[in-house]
Design a binder for this molecule. Structure first.
Ligand SMILES: [Zn+2]
Length: 458
């Protein structure tokens, strides 16, 4: 029985206990002694001038390049092919001696990027569907997990949050089984002091339960995917509930693009400022908003280059060389995410590069007949399906979903049934699902490939 199935079959109290167990594990993995040390180092680096930041980055880069050459098969080959040695890359300006790395390069053979001197027991494996809709296998070491958490926590401190504060979480994760029709639509994790709200039970009818749960929990902050929080905020606004209802100090959003319209409504409804965070599954770069509301590239995370896009004047692609993941170093990784640069200093006084807008990834909404709205249709539909190379999901109307897909070698009827069951479990048994097997998914070269398209208006 899968982890998800075991979770689903247990009563609410036991689910909270399971989350609590996971919370202890997460705290242990992400917030050990090394994490506290990193966090205090990061907090002191905020006051560095540009030269000192650069010096720090170059030192880290030299170490990473040496490690990549010595221990990572892909880079050992590339360096030899180019006739260069690690000493030829003394600083970030020498990085251009190396070629860009694409998603496709990594997808083709992820193990080629896995460092040979790393203890596999401590390496975490992750899959992401990525924006291309093709699965990508990624590895991270524990140092990288701790470092990322320190980067995240530094921003939370900008937002006035401390470790002992209570947080409400709203993410696409399945917290409450889909079949549950009555509250509670949330579960509590004691070690993390977090109340996890179900994203899949949000509806106009249920919103008053959510409001009461948040009020009773008295959180200092909300952590959420912005489009989900927007859905909740919209329902709350419609009910005429005032922002004074909640005593929330700050909101932390991440994992997808934050739209201006969403930001405005969320901040108005909860009466708190949003701190947005941009990262990616490949851990190539990190960008976060400060107390003044400006986006900054976080320089300790990695070296970030900006590749001009001729088709999109004024916009650049983020190319990242993260300095902390020795299990799977990716040098000059093209993220496929777009930003607009801003050439001005920020009133927060940090000497971090300022970004105007993040224009990349945006999720679409899957809408059910009874008013429930799911943000990540791909996650819902393809959960537990291993043998698909690429797919495109189209919501034709409230009752119809079409899915085009390229099957993998081991694709079978089991995968087909799994997709059908996934969709019907969430949307209801009456929904019609059309599966269309194909060898290629049409891709308009001028626009980014979209794994999910909705023809239903929200
Ligand atoms: Zn700032």
């Amino acid at each position: 029985m899968s982890k998800n199935k075991i979770y689903e079959k247990n009563p609410a109290a036991l689910q909270s206990l399971l989350l609590t167990g996971r919370g202890f594990l997460y705290n242990f993995l992400r917030q050990g002694g090394i994490f506290r040390k990193m966090l205090s180092e990061l907090e002191s680096m905020e006051h560095f001038d540009a030269g000192k930041i650069r010096e720090w980055q170059n030192k880290k880069l030299s170490l990473l390049v040496r490690h990549s050459y010595k221990n990572v098969p892909y880079y050992n080959r590339i360096f030899k092919k180019l006739g260069i040695i690690p000493a030829d890359i003394k600083g970030m300006e020498d990085l251009k001696k190396l070629p860009f790395l694409t998603k496709e390069d990594v997808r083709r053979n992820p193990e080629d990027f896995l460092a040979r001197n790393i203890n596999r027991f401590f390496v975490r494996k992750n899959f992401t569907s990525g924006t291309s809709g093709k699965p990508l296998k990624l590895y991270r070491d524990l140092y990288s997990v701790n470092f990322e958490n320190a980067i995240v926590w530094r921003q939370r401190k900008w937002g006035g949050l401390d470790f002992s504060d209570r947080i409400v979480v709203l993410r696409e994760e399945q917290i409450v089984p889909f079949g549950v029709k009555k509250p509670p639509f949330w579960r509590y994790s004691m070690p993390e002091k977090r109340l996890f709200l179900s994203a899949y039970h949000l509806s106009e009818e249920n919103v008053s339960y959510y409001v009461k749960a948040i009020k009773d929990f008295k959180p200092k902050a909300i952590e959420a995917e912005p489009s989900l929080l927007y859905i909740l905020a919209r329902f709350i606004k419609k009910q005429g509930i005032s922002s004074g209802t909640f005593s929330i100090k700050s909101i932390f959003t991440s994992s997808e693009m934050l739209l201006d319209t969403h930001k405005q409504i969320i901040e108005e409804v909860f009466g708190a400022r949003i701190y947005d965070f941009y990262g990616n599954a490949e851990r190539a770069a990190a960008i976060g908003t400060c107390e003044k509301g400006n986006y900054h590239v976080l320089p300790e995370y990695g070296i970030t280059e900006f590749l001009p896009l001729s088709a999109e004047p004024g916009k650049v692609e983020i190319v990242g060389t993260a300095l902390h993941n020795y299990a799977m170093p990716l040098l000059r990784y093209r993220t496929g995410d777009m930003v607009e640069l801003l050439d001005s200093d920020c009133a927060c006084n940090r000497k971090f590069r300022t970004i105007g807008k993040i224009k990349g990834r945006i999720s679409d909404f899957l809408i059910c007949k009874d008013g429930r709205i799911a943000v990540d249709a791909c996650y819902l539909t393809l959960k537990g399906v291993d043998n698909i190379l690429q797919s495109q999901i189209i919501q034709e109307d409230l009752d119809t979903i079409s899915i085009k897909f390229i099957p993998g070698e081991n694709f079978s009827k089991k995968d087909k049934d799994k997709i059908m069951n996934n969709v019907k479990a969430y949307m209801g048994p009456e929904v019609e699902v059309f599966l269309e097997q194909d060898s290629e998914i049409a891709n308009d070269k001028t626009t980014k490939y979209r794994p999910f398209i909705s023809k239903v208006k929200l």
